[in-house]
Design a protein around this ligand. Structure first.
Ligand code: CUA
Length: 193
């Protein structure tokens, strides 16, 4: 009885050590994978300012053109009393309102957008300003445009036969020019009048 025990115990010990080493290696690999994923989340969230495009904020599609935030006279870019810059726009088949959006360079700009009909979306040039626009919801995100210039803003969700013709422009202007015009809370756009 004692002979088999003395001959198997060292083997068991070796097997256990091997298993433990494999377990440790695996734990290290998993640890590295988790670390990389967390790092990816931090880099995209903090450095790229990427975020889920839509907060869960609802709006009644049937009345949004009659009253409230998205009436025509309230669309465009506004400087709120606390100095925050907000762009309000409506997407509909097959245009954006306003067609030309003016924003200050180097300042955080919050976009608030909704749709009256189908699912639309937009991306501003090659910037990280990119969202879906879903009827019944307010899509919102905040971004900063660092360089002056003009960007195309196409609809990037297929929304019907006129989809490819649906786009607007975003004009990034020097902040001092923008603020000089928008001080009294009036809505700004670069739509030719
Ligand atoms: Cu709107 Cu595609």
């Amino acid at each position: 009885m004692s002979a088999p025990a003395s001959s198997t115990l060292p083997n068991n010990g070796r097997a256990e050590a091997t298993a433990l080493a494999a377990e440790r290696r695996w734990a290290l690999v998993v640890g590295i994978i988790i670390g990389l994923l967390v790092l990816m989340m931090i880099v995209t969230g903090v450095h790229w300012a990427a975020m889920p495009p839509s907060r869960v904020e609802t709006i009644d599609v049937k009345t949004l053109h009659l009253a409230g935030e998205f009436v025509e006279s309230n669309l465009g870019t506004a400087v709120d009393s606390d100095g925050k810059v907000t762009v309000r726009l409506v997407a509909q088949q097959y245009s954006f309102e306003p067609q030309c959006i003016v924003v200050p360079a180097g300042m955080p700009v919050t976009f608030r957008a909704t749709s009256t009909d189908a699912i639309h979306g937009f991306v501003v040039g090659t910037t990280n300003a990119n969202t879906m626009v879903v009827p019944g919801f307010v899509a919102t995100f905040t971004t900063t445009f660092h360089e002056r210039g003009e960007h195309l803003m196409p609809c990037h969700e297929y929304c019907g036969t006129g989809h490819e013709a649906m786009w607007a422009r975003v004009r990034v202007v020097p902040a001092e020019d923008f603020l000089a015009k928008g001080r009294n809370g009036e809505r700004q756009s670069c739509v030719p009048r």
